[in-house]
Design a protein around this ligand. Structure first.
Ligand code: G4P
Length: 530
């Protein structure tokens, strides 16, 4: 039996971030394969397709064949207990994707070697950077033609502004991708075809000085590798564990998730470098995960996972203490006691009722409409509250009205609940108030979600008028007066749910203009929920 401390220390909780199609799903699947959670690669996708038919809570999801909300997977590997937080990578990703990163202790950034850093990766990276969590890079698809590895490192440094340290170096590329050089162990790892990636890849491993590699690789490739390595050693950044753990230096791994090349070495180094759950900030200072008082915060609320019930599931990240099924805890913000009766956990795609869970784990708890994003639950009476979950910048905006004015009450109720779940953000025009609501979303698909759910759950048909704004900034200023605050013609002033002044912009030029004209104002891209 493992002790409580052992359980905490073997936890690794991370999110995989990427632009769609870089290979996040494939890599996740391969991690499950190496963890023994699935026997043959390829099963996650087909399972995912099956699951859709059963668990889709919305037609939109079914029609589009995509997962609107993100999920959590747990499996064991080499004594570690791994929690992978999945972040939806589709074009229409939502604020949930960002919020999931608040529950992660580190992130793995998957980059397609032929594309380099792409737009969505950039956005997700910045949230990880803001949190100061370690960010690992997996450069994928080395079995295909891609950019030069040095160029890819430069791309990461230029576009993301983070220094990089290649943990391994690719040997060959495209069809000639043979394996990697492990810089830490100073060894060459050549991979055999792992049955087209279906089963784990076997490797021929040996010291770089071993002359057999010259024969195995051929003169050209061998010399090329030796030159690359000496260039890296001379000109590259030094390995610095502290910088890695603070998110200032990203360890980079090259590989191919499809053929499994480099997946296991990546997983092993990653697990060795990442840390177990660390203390988290709260109103009572840093809370150590190893303290006995059970506590956690809600980072995501998902509605109607089961279409026959109208209930919601709140996702709780455990931060300290041991969780036991049926325990009664304090809902700090509401000052109420709550019994956690049927908590769920997500084990390699299966959803099961969980008996016990530890810091780093994510559990899904039944929510009869009492939780909000950012709420803290804790066992003792300490009034502990974890740092709030930020409100992230929406990129799409629309005015929303009811078609039938008699349904106004239902409309407001629906909009309020969906805002509480974090599906949408709601703004008012000063002096106009709720007569004209403006809704902001991170991914445009959320508008369809809003329309669908208002109709199906609240019986309200809405008219939506898309607005041309693309950027939002929260204004920090001692005395904001909309009559004297200088904006451009194409900028709109609104208020958020806390009556905080907010600006909606159509372009970056206007943002710069407004900054220029109001020197004392600070314009923020992310706001803290009250
Ligand atoms: P995502 O979750 O990041 O969106 O990406 P996903 O894993 O679904 O991968 C996107 C496509 O890239 C898939 O091809 C997948 O097979 C392919 N892919 C992933 N990793 C690698 C790799 O290391 N090398 C190569 N060559 N391809 C890779 P698809 O044709 O869209 O889907 P499928 O029919 O193969 O499932």
């Amino acid at each position: 039996m493992l002790s409580f401390m052992d359980e905490v220390r073997r936890r690794r909780t991370f999110a995989i971030i990427s632009h769609p199609d870089a290979g996040k799903t494939t890599l996740t699947e391969k991690l499950l394969l190496y963890g023994g959670a699935i026997r043959l690669a390829g099963s996650v996708k087909s399972r995912r397709a099956q699951n859709h038919a059963v668990s889709d809570w919305m037609e939109i999801e079914k029609q589009r064949g995509i997962s609107v909300t993100s999920s959590v997977l747990q499996f064991d590997y080499n004594g570690f207990c791994i929690n992978i937080l999945d972040t939806p990578g589709h074009q229409d990703f939502s604020e949930d994707t960002y919020r999931t990163l608040m529950a992660a202790d580190s992130a793995v950034m998957v980059i397609d070697c032929s594309k380099g850093v792409e737009d969505q990766t950039k956005k997700l990276f910045h949230v990880c950077k803001m949190r100061g969590i370690p960010i690992f890079t997996f450069i994928n698809k080395l079995d295909r033609a891609g950019k030069d590895p040095f160029e890819l490192l430069e791309d990461i440094e230029q576009v993301l502004g983070i220094r990089s340290y290649p943990m391994n170096w690719p040997i060959g590329s495209d069809r000639n991708f043979k394996g990697v050089f492990n810089r830490y162990k100073k060894q060459i790892e050549l991979f055999n075809d792992g049955n087209h990636g279906q089963t784990v890849a076997k490797a021929i491993i040996g010291d770089i000085s071993d002359e057999k590699f010259r024969d195995l690789l051929g003169d050209d490739l061998h010399t090329h590798l030796i030159n690359d390595i000496s260039l890296l050693d001379m000109a590259g950044d030094d390995y610095d564990l502290n910088q890695i753990l603070n998110g200032e230096l990203t360890p980079v791994f090259f590989g191919s998730a499809l053929t499994n090349f480099g997946v296991e070495p990546f997983l092993e180094s990653f697990l060795n470098i990442t840390t177990p759950p660390k203390p988290r900030s709260s109103n009572l200072g840093e809370i150590n995960p190893e303290t006995a008082n059970f506590s956690g915060f809600i980072f995501k609320i998902q509605a109607n996972m089961n279409p026959t019930h109208r209930d919601r599931i709140a996702f709780l990240r455990i931060c300290s203490g041991k969780f036991e099924k049926g325990m009664t805890v304090n809902h700090v913000q509401e000052n109420k006691k709550v019994r956690l009766a049927q908590p769920q956990q997500f084990l390699a795609q299966e959803r099961v009722v969980v008996e016990t869970a530890y810091p780093g784990d994510i559990i899904g708890i039944h929510d009869p409409g009492i939780f909000k994003i950012g709420d803290t639950l804790c066992q003792d009476q300490s009034k502990l509250q974890y740092e709030g979950i930020p409100v992230f910048a929406p990129e799409h905006f629309a005015k929303v009205f009811t078609k039938n004015s008699l349904k106004r009450k239902q409309f407001i109720k629906g909009i309020t609940q969906l805002a509480e779940e974090g599906t949408i953000q709601v703004y008012k025009r000063p002096n106009i108030g709720v007569e004209e609501l403006i809704v902001g979303v991170v991914g445009a698909l959320q508008f369809e979600v809003l329309e669908y759910r208002l109709k199906n759950e609240y019986g309200v048909d809405v008219i939506m008028e898309r607005l041309p704004y693309r950027y939002i900034r929260w204004v920090e200023l001692d005395h904001f007066d909309q009559n004297t605050f200088s904006i451009t013609m194409d900028t709109m002033i609104v208020e958020d749910e806390d009556n905080h002044p907010v600006l909606l912009f159509q372009n970056e030029w206007s943002i710069n203009q407004v900054k220029d004209r109001n020197k004392t104002a600070i314009l923020k891209e992310i706001s803290l929920r009250k």
